[in-house]
Design a protein around this ligand. Structure first.
Ligand SMILES: Nc1ncnc2c1ncn2[C@@H]1O[C@H](COP(=O)(O)OP(=O)(O)OP(=O)(O)O)[C@@H](O)[C@H]1O
Length: 586
C-alpha cells in the first residue's frame, strides 16, 4: 500500500462525498437485516397457524401484511441508499481518475526531451490509460465493496450469533475458504489477462506499423509477409484468450459450489437443531438469507485483494514517472526580455544516453537581428546547436548566453516564447491547415495566418485545396507534400514574429527557386530577428551574415560566403558541386 499512499492527497479533495458514501453504506447494510429477520418471523407465524396456535385469521392477515410492508419498505430504502452510495463513491472515483490523468499528463509536458528519448511512447500511453484504470478500480469499486463488506460483516455476523450461535459458527466456517479460492482464481485471471494485454499490444504495434508504412509495404509487395506475421501473433493472442476464458469459467461455478455448501450446512445443522428444539424453524430461512448476503462480500475479499495488488503495481509505475524531476527547469521566476544576441563560449555537449560527444569546444557569436548559417556533414552537430539554444538540453561544459546572460538565467517560458523553431521533420497536427499555422500564435487572425503562409510561399498551394485553410490534415499531415509540410511549418514559426528563428534543414524538400523566395521574404519580415539556418545547401547559406562549417562537432571554417569560397575548403567545394548540379545540361 506504500505506493497507493500518494493518492491520499487526492482523496482529501473529495472527503465529504467519501464520508457520505460510507455513512449511506452503513445505513443501507443495517436496513438489509430487516429482510432475513422478518422472513424468519413470517415463517414462525405460519408455523403457529399451522399448529393451531394462531386461529384469528384477521390477526394473521394483518400481521403478515405488516411484515411484508416492513420488508418492502426497508428493501426499497436500502436499494435507494445503495444507488446513492454508488453515485457518491463511483462518481468520486471517476473524478479521481480525471485528476490523476491530468497530473500525469502535466508531468509528461514538464519532462525534458531526454525523458522521451528514454521511454517508449506505448509505455507513456499505457501508464496514463491502462495503469490509471487499474488505480481507479482501487479508488472506486475496491473502496465501495470494501466498505460494503466490512459493514455487512459488522452487522450480519453479530445478528447471526445473536440468533443462533452454534448454527452461526457452522455457516461462517466455510466462508474464508471461499475467499481464498476466489483470491487464487482471480490472481490467475490477472496473470493471464496481463498476457492477453501484452499480445493485444503486439497486435496493435504490428497493425499500426503496417498502416503507417503502407506505401513501403505496397511498393515492396510485402503484404503476404505482413499477413503471415499478423496471423501468427493473432493466433498466439487467441490461444492466450482461450487460456483466460478457461480460468474465468471457474469463477462462478466455484462461487455456486461454496454457496451451495453453506446452504446445505444451514439446512442440515439447522434442521437438526429445529428437531432438538434448540432453534425455531423460521431461523433456517433467516440464516439462508444471511449466508447469501455474506457470500458475495466474502468472494469479493479475494477479488478486492487482487484488485488492490494490481492497483499498487500500477501506481508504482505511475509514481516512477511522477517522481522524475525534469532535467531542464525554469530557474528564473521573473520574466526576461529576449532581444536575440546569442553566444556559444567553449561549449561541449555529450548526449547522456549514447555518450556521443556532439559538440566540442564550440565558440561563436550571433548579434541580435543577424543571420547565421550552419553547414556541415550529417551528424556534425548542427541540430544539436539549435537544441541548446532552445534549451531542450543544457550544455555539458562551457556556456551559452542569450543577450549576455547564461541561458539558464533566462526565464525558460520567455525564452521558448521568443523562439520560432522549425524542426527537421515537420510535424503537423491532425487539424486544419489554418489551425496548424495559428498554433504558433493562439489569437492569430485569418489575415495574419494568410500573411505568414504567403511569406512561407505556401499560400497559393493552400488556396488550391477545395477547403483552403480549412483543409483537415491526415494523421501526420499526409495530404501535404514534403515541401508543403515544411512551408506550413515555417509559416507556423514566423506567425509569432519571434526574436530568434531556428531553421533546422527545413528547406531541404523545397526547390532552390522557392527557397530563394522564402529567404527573401524572411529578410523583409524578420529584420530584427536573429536567424540561424541549418542546411546542407549553400543556396540557403550564401546570404547569411556569417557562416560556420562544422565537422564532428568542431568549427572547421567560418566567415561570409565570399571569404569561404575564396578559402578553397569544404564550403568552396560544396559550392562548386552544387553550382555544377544546377547547370542546365547542354
Ligand atoms: N537525441 C540524441 N541522443 C543521442 N545522440 C544523439 C541525439 N541526437 C543526435 N545525436 C548524435 O549527436 C551527433 C550530432 O547529431 P546532430 O543531429 O546534431 O547532427 P546534424 O549535423 O544535425 O546531422 P544531420 O545533418 O544529419 O541532421 C550525431 O552523432 C548523432 O547521432
Amino acid at each position: 500500500m506504500k505506493e497507493l499512499k500518494k493518492l491520499n492527497r487526492l482523496f482529501a479533495k473529495y472527503k465529504w462525498q467519501l464520508i457520505g458514501g460510507i455513512v449511506v453504506t452503513i445505513i443501507s447494510r443495517v436496513l438489509s437485516l430487516v429482510l432475513p429477520k422478518y422472513v424468519g418471523k413470517i415463517i414462525n407465524l405460519l408455523r403457529d397457524y399451522d399448529q393451531g396456535d394462531v386461529t384469528d385469521m384477521e390477526f394473521l392477515r394483518s400481521e403478515l401484511l405488516t411484515f411484508v410492508g416492513i420488508i418492502l419498505g426497508a428493501t426499497l430504502l436500502a436499494a435507494g441508499l445503495t444507488f446513492i452510495m454508488r453515485q457518491l463513491i463511483i462518481v468520486v472515483s471517476r473524478h479521481l481518475e480525471y485528476d490523476l490523468k491530468n497530473i500525469i499528463y502535466q508531468q509528461y509536458q514538464r519532462l525534458s526531451l531526454g525523458f522521451y528519448k528514454n521511454n517508449r511512447t506505448g509505455d507513456l500511453m499505457n501508464r496514463i490509460s491502462e495503469d490509471v484504470s487499474k488505480v481507479r478500480m482501487y479508488m472506486g469499486p475496491s473502496i465501495m465493496y470494501g466498505i460494503n463488506m466490512i459493514t455487512l460483516f459488522a452487522v450480519v455476523i453479530p445478528a447471526m450469533i445473536n440468533t443462533a450461535p452454534t448454527l452461526a459458527l457452522y455457516t461462517i466456517v466455510p466462508l474464508p475458504f471461499l475467499s481464498i479460492a476466489i483470491y487464487i482464481v482471480s490472481r490467475e485471471i490477472h496473470k493471464r489477462s496481463t498476457l492477453v494485454q501484452q499480445y493485444l499490444s503486439n497486435l496493435n504495434t504490428i497493425s499500426q506499423e503496417a498502416f503507417s508504412g503502407i506505401s513501403v509495404i505496397k511498393a515492396y509487395n510485402l503484404a503476404p509477409q505482413m499477413n503471415q506475421q499478423f496471423s501468427q501473433v493473432a493466433n498466439d493472442s487467441k490461444d492466450k484468450n482461450i487460456d483466460l476464458a478457461r480460468v474465468q469459467a471457474l469463477f462462478f461455478p466455484l462461487m455456486v459450489l461454496l454457496i451451495g455448501a453453506s446452504n446445505i450446512a444451514v439446512i442440515y445443522i439447522g434442521g437438526r437443531q429445529v428437531i432438538s428444539g434448540e432453534i425455531e424453524v423460521g431461523t433456517i430461512p433467516e440464516f439462508l438469507i444471511y449466508v447469501n448476503m455474506l457470500t458475495w462480500p466474502v468472494a469479493i475479499v479475494g477479488w478486492v485483494t487482487n484488485m488492490i495488488q494490481q492497483a499498487e503495481a500500477s501506481q508504482k509505475r505511475i509514481n516512477q514517472f511522477l517522481d522524475i524531476e525534469p532535467q531542464i527547469q525554469n530557474l528564473v521566476p521573473e520574466s526576461s526580455r529576449v532581444t536575440g544576441h546569442i553566444e556559444f563560449k567553449n561549449v561541449n555537449f555529450v548526449y547522456e544516453d549514447t555518450n556521443i560527444h556532439a559538440l566540442k569546444d564550440l565558440s561563436f557569436e550571433v548579434p541580435a537581428g543577424k543571420t547565421l548559417a550552419i553547414l556541415g556533414k550529417t551528424g556534425s552537430g548542427k541540430s544539436t546547436v539549435l537544441e541548446l539554444i532552445g534549451r531542450l538540453y543544457d550544455v555539458t561544459d562551457g556556456v551559452v548566453t542569450i543577450d549576455g546572460d547564461a541561458i539558464q538565467s533566462v526565464n525558460l517560458d520567455d525564452l521558448r516564447q521568443a523562439i520560432g523553431y522549425v524542426p527537421q521533420d515537420a510535424f503537423l497536427f491532425s487539424d486544419t491547415i489554418g489551425k496548424n499555422i495559428a498554433f504558433g500564435k493562439n489569437d492569430a487572425s485569418q489575415e495574419e495566418i494568410e500573411t505568414a503562409a504567403k511569406n512561407a510561399v505556401v499560400h497559393k498551394n493552400i488556396k488550391n485545396f477545395t477547403l483552403g485553410y480549412d483543409t483537415v490534415l491526415g494523421e501526420r499531415g499526409i495530404t501535404l507534400s514534403g515541401g508543403q509540410k515544411q512551408r506550413v511549418s515555417i509559416a507556423r514559426a514566423i506567425i509569432k514574429q519571434p526574436k530568434i528563428l531556428l531553421f533546422d534543414d527545413c528547406l531541404s524538400a523545397v526547390d532552390t527557386e522557392t527557397e530563394e523566395k522564402i529567404l527573401n521574404n524572411l529578410k523583409k519580415v524578420t529584420q530584427d530577428t536573429t536567424t540561424i539556418i541549418v542546411s546542407h545547401r549553400v543556396s540557403s547559406a550564401k546570404n547569411a551574415d556569417m557562416i560556420i562549417v562544422l565537422d564532428e562537432g568542431r568549427i572547421i571554417e567560418q566567415g561570409d560566403h565570399q571569404s569561404l569560397v575564396n578559402n578553397g575548403g569544404f564550403y568552396a567545394e560544396l559550392y562548386a558541386n552544387q553550382m555544377l548540379e544546377q547547370q542546365p545540361i547542354a
